[in-house]
Design a protein around this ligand. Sequence first.
Ligand code: 5AD
Ligand code: SF4
Length: 478
Amino acid sequence: MLDIQPKIHDENRQGEAFAPFAQDPNKYKKKFYIESYGCQMNFSDSEIVASILNEKGFGATKNFEEADLIFLNTCSIREKAEQTVRKRLTEFKKIKEQKPGFLIGVLGCMAERLKTKLLEEEKLVDIVVGPDAYRSLPALIEEAETGQKAVNVLLSRDETYADIAPVRLDSNGITAFVSIMRGCNNMCSFCVVPFTRGRERSRDPYSIMAEVTDLYTRGFKEITLLGQNVDSYYWFNESSKEIVTFAKLLEKTALISNTLRVRFSTSHPKDITDDVLYTMSKYENICKYIHLPVQSGSTRILQLMNRTYTREWYLAKVDRIKEILPDCGISSDIIAGFCTETEEDHQQTLQIMQYAKYDMSYMFFYSERPGTLAERRYKDDVLIDVKKRRLQEIVDLQGKLSKESNEKDIDKTFKVLIEGSSKKSDEHWMGRNSQNKVIVFPKENYSLNKGDYAFVKVTNCTQATLLGNIVEIINNNK
Ligand code: 5AD
Ligand code: SF4
């Protein structure tokens, strides 16, 4: 998986340390180090935390050895994600033993799920802060400094951090994520998110527009609107009586500038509307890419998962997307081995993948999470070896589908936004097309910079990347 894809949950992208790109170390009285795990929302929250801490005189460092405070922004989505964080906390605890006054804080979903456990019982951390309580972080640091227990895991019905300008951490200066809502009301039976991130609430669209406009003026060229379920975004303006749906919000964002690309994630198959699809088709700068998690191809399993759609409904959605947006890329999340899943259910998942021809998928085997509906209602009865074998079949099929999808792009020309030099070679640019596929191509003698657009013709591909050559450059000063 690639590092800067818009994605909601990806615990493979773990433990990245972030430091703001332009901070004067002498400006701040203390230094903090933050590591983020899990979904893009967590990475986005770390930028809010950095902003709150900067305001109070704490500066970010990329080097945990020089930090006074260490924060881990954590993920609970699968058991493995929590194990990784525990291991890391144990390592930091060892450092703490040799460094008096050094504080360790746990943020995010694990803080919310385990509450005081990591502090009181396991004595791994000094500060515990849930996703809706980041404003209280400076006060909690003060409490922890005096040896008190510093915990705030209150969930909120209205906190959206709308007024906080995130400090862009570890940014390429071209692509950024903008959170448009928080929480989730869906109650998929396998998922811990509604318990750790609370009720769904939408952020004021005017603050979203202000943030995006500011990013654009600072040279950013692509923004991804983020939410657990963006299609249920809803805002009602009491005074003007204006209703802002997700389709409306997309349109407003697209209208900021036609040189600013707009992406979004994640869509729920039950909620994505024709309105959204038509808005996507109306604006060239809204990227033709939808992350539409299916989870399972079997209606019976989907019912147990509480996904509230059937196999047929999902297939009809895919048809509708392809009808309105023939060149749209589609990706998915898939869970292998959910409670009671039979071989036949699993075959239906493989079939639905073939039908939808996903360009990419995030694939997992089911991991029972404490407190979820599935944990309370159903037995986790698919043997681990069976789960793993089914997952492998899903991964293999996805590999084949990704390769086929990329091969179909050979000889096509795409408009590519350049994100920077390719990791492997300074002589090559790396960018993405509208469908979110990575394209690598030689810089040649063109005078291009990151943030510029170019037309690139695809000549070859691997399973994960398209390779090509520039055929035309665009007047990027417009
Ligand atoms: N086990 C396995 N995968 C899960 N996901 C969410 N909860 C679980 C779980 N308990 C996956 C879903 C979701 C993605 C973010 O993570 O596929 O879409
Ligand atoms: Fe979890 Fe379902 Fe909400 Fe996604 S939509 S965060 S899978 S409950």
